[in-house]
Design a protein around this ligand. Sequence first.
Ligand SMILES: [Zn+2]
Length: 502
Amino acid sequence: MGYAQVRSVALSGVVGEVIVVEADVAPGLPSLVVSGLPDAALSEARDRIRAAVHNSGGSWPQQRITVNLLPAHLRKHGSGFDAAMALAVLAAGAGLPIGRLADAVVLGELGLDGTVRPVRGVLPAVLAASRAGVGAAVVPLANVAEARLVPGVEVRAADSLGRIIGYLHGTEHLLDPAPGTSVPEPPPLDLADVLGQERGRRVIELAAAGRHHVAMFGPPGAGKTMLAHRLPGILPPLGDEEAIEATALHSVAGTLPPGSGLIRRPPLQSPHHTASVAALVGGGSGLARPGAISLAHNGVLFLDECAEFQPGALDALRQPLEEGRIRLRRASGETVYPARMQLVMAANPCPCARLPHLCQCPSVVRRRYLGRLSGPLMDRVDLQVDLDPVRSAALVDTEVVEPSEVVAKRVAEARGIAAERWKPWAKANAEAPGHVVRQHRMRLPRPVLRPLVQAVDRGRMSARGFERCVRVAWTMADLDGRAAPDAGDVAEALQMRSRSSR
Ligand SMILES: [Zn+2]
């Protein structure tokens, strides 16, 4: 008979909150009641925990047991509280001394045999513990590398409930495996592989330097996919906070390779065009999994053959492009995941995907094909270009091609200039708010803007398109190290949006 409490962490999206698992054991018919807004997985946990305790040599109290998870208002998903619940029950009903867990959170699912199984979201959970001032964490062995990415928390691992019980009795140690050599990220694909295609290289460099969304149209062989896959390699590496955000999302999704460190290179996600809306935006029972849009957070979302995606999937992009996050509304409540990604789209100009001189599709078919890309979506894409197939001359002439390393340096310098200019409103040109772009100090003189003014006057461009062209022109000036865009930049920016004017 008695009462005990053990701390754990509940996640809502990638936001964790330290919770208290309390257990009360009182005389009465043997039973176990779990309260505190448990979802289906928690109800199932009852049988699992009981079996795990039996198979770990613990004695399950044959009394009336109440387990409560606090605070009650918080939704608790998944099986990550199993270990904490088992320990609280044993402490309340069987006198297990839990003093050594006073400053710790316990994370982990229990197998029926008493093993402690890995759970999703350990990184954000330990981060939440750290922010709440908790000094230690007991985590599943398979999650130890991930948990250690959070500085300032003493991380210990357990492979079984029996080991934690032994540790609390002072007869066993928790595991403290030597840090393995973290698996290095594979080297990025290099722009030096892209021969010819000067326009494509230019557009990808502009996209990187200004954080502009891009759409590339062209026949197979134009190098659209090659270019898209080389964008992360010329983007600046993620800062500490961005790296933790990206890694936390992959942790919750369960896509973090074991032993990997923080994600430092902007992630690239390229879902197939048959991907469901749920695969793009996220979902699933229990703790919702982030979709490709969120796994591309702080990185690149590449939609190859974008005209082939379901219209619903493309519509789902609008909210994250606008707000930088995605809200998943489900019966069990709303989950919000960050989704601030750079969009790269590629498409053949027509459904037959043949070279232009071989295409026999009627013009109405061609128009309808790209017409699937909706106006509001394309309106947010600053760079929309047609790419021609690479000519054989470019493949034969072994010219020296600039590698990613050189381009990345230029991009980093341009980003630095832009971040300084838009401080504190934005870090990149594509994100600068309209009212700031129009401010006196940043406003471009009328003669410089003439080509754009004409395009608007002739109804070939929207007001939003006008501002996007101005942002691209700033990126051109930044890459060149000039103080402000000139008429040439504006004309080129207009050309880089040629698609929308057709
Ligand atoms: Zn065709």
